[in-house]
Design a protein around this ligand. Structure first.
Ligand code: NAD
Length: 258
């Protein structure tokens, strides 16, 4: 299938690792002009080096002014952003009674406001061009709460409400807004999480991984490329009649219907 991405401008937030990097690489492989942002210049440079011609912009996505600066730098380098991938690290885990006001505020900035602010910065050009794609990386936790992830489960629902509302408002301008909800996906961070859970429970990492995999109908964790394929499709010219959706890519983990 031709995704029609040749020459299109994509900005992938938090694109130096994990799902963000895999998405940037997939869009780049399809011929898009790709820019990524993250906080660590070394990680950014290493990630950008895997995508010749790409741009890397340092940006902490929790900071409004840094997002505006990053968008401006991408537009100066490549022209108006046509595809925005909203992504960030996950918010702090923990039960609700362990979280302070500062924890909640930090998670709102990281997970909700990063998407709100970046989208606000790119939308005028998308609407004027009457072509745009905004894809937000969320979590299967918006379909079925993940035990212990109080901030993620709560604030991602706000992001979902925002995305659904925005989808309707910008549809007349042919800007399509969708959400991708990964299940357990193998990244360095998930490997660390498995290792620390194994240590805490006195089990091997393999045993912990197998226990997770046993809850998933496809019987394994996902790979970042499997998420990136769906994001790239949603960001492309092949997806012209899809907006306001939240699609889980989770190996069948969520047992609900929608
Ligand atoms: P990751 O930790 O592998 O990568 C996160 C990226 O975000 C890195 O590039 C990091 O540098 C960047 N980042 C973090 N905070 C940032 C900030 N303040 N400013 C700029 N960049 C920042 O994570 P991942 O596994 O690829 O997950 C991506 C998103 O998907 C997260 O929101 C995560 O919670 C969610 N998710 C992941 C899984 C999974 O199993 N991997 C499952 C469900 C949801």
């Amino acid at each position: 299938m031709d995704l029609g991405l040749e020459g299109r401008v994509a900005f992938v937030m938090a694109g130096s690792d994990g799902i963000g990097l895999a998405t940037a690489q997939r869009l780049h492989a399809e011929g898009a002009r790709v820019a990524i942002c993250a906080r660590d210049p070394e990680r950014l440079a290493a990630a950008s080096a895997t995508m010749p011609g790409s741009r890397a912009v340092r940006c902490d996505v929790t900071r409004a002014s840094e997002i505006d600066d990053a968008v401006e730098q991408v537009v100066t380098a490549f022209g108006p952003i046509e595809m925005l991938i909203n992504n960030a690290g996950g918010p702090k885990p923990g039960p609700i009674d362990s979280l302070s006001d500062a924890d909640w505020q930090a998670a709102v900035d990281l997970t909700l406001m990063s998407a709100v602010r970046a989208s606000r910065a790119v939308l005028p050009a998308m609407r004027a061009a009457r072509w745009g794609r905004i894809v937000t990386i969320s979590s299967y936790g918006v379909k079925q709460p993940v035990p212990g992830l109080s901030l993620s489960n709560s604030i991602r629902m706000a992001v979902l409400g925002w995305a659904k509302t925005l989808a309707e408002q910008v549809a007349p301008d042919n800007v399509l807004v969708n959400t991708v909800c990964p299940g357990w996906t193998r990244t360095a961070r998930v490997d660390q999480l498995v290792a620390s859970r194994a240590k805490a429970e006195g089990r091997s990492g393999e045993a912990v991984s197998k226990a997770i995999a046993d809850t998933i109908p496809l019987g394994r964790l996902g790979e970042v490329e499997e998420i990136a394929n769906v994001v790239a499709f949603l960001a492309s010219d092949a997806a012209t009649y899809l907006t306001g959706t939240a699609i889980q890519v989770d190996g069948g983990l969520v047992r609900g219907y929608a």
